[in-house]
Ligand binder design. Sequence first.
Ligand SMILES: [Zn+2]
Length: 52
Amino acid sequence: MATYRFTCPECGAAVTVDAGARERLLEAGCAVCGAGVGTAAFTSANTFGTSV
Ligand SMILES: [Zn+2]
């Protein structure tokens, strides 16, 4: 399962999310501060290389 590391550019909250949670964050914004987030706030946490 693909996982992503989310780091909020506004409040610095850092959580690991799956693809579904990533989509919700992109739509609804940061769960902590409500700031809008873009794909740049996510990095792949997949330790087995890149799979897009
Ligand atoms: Zn935030």
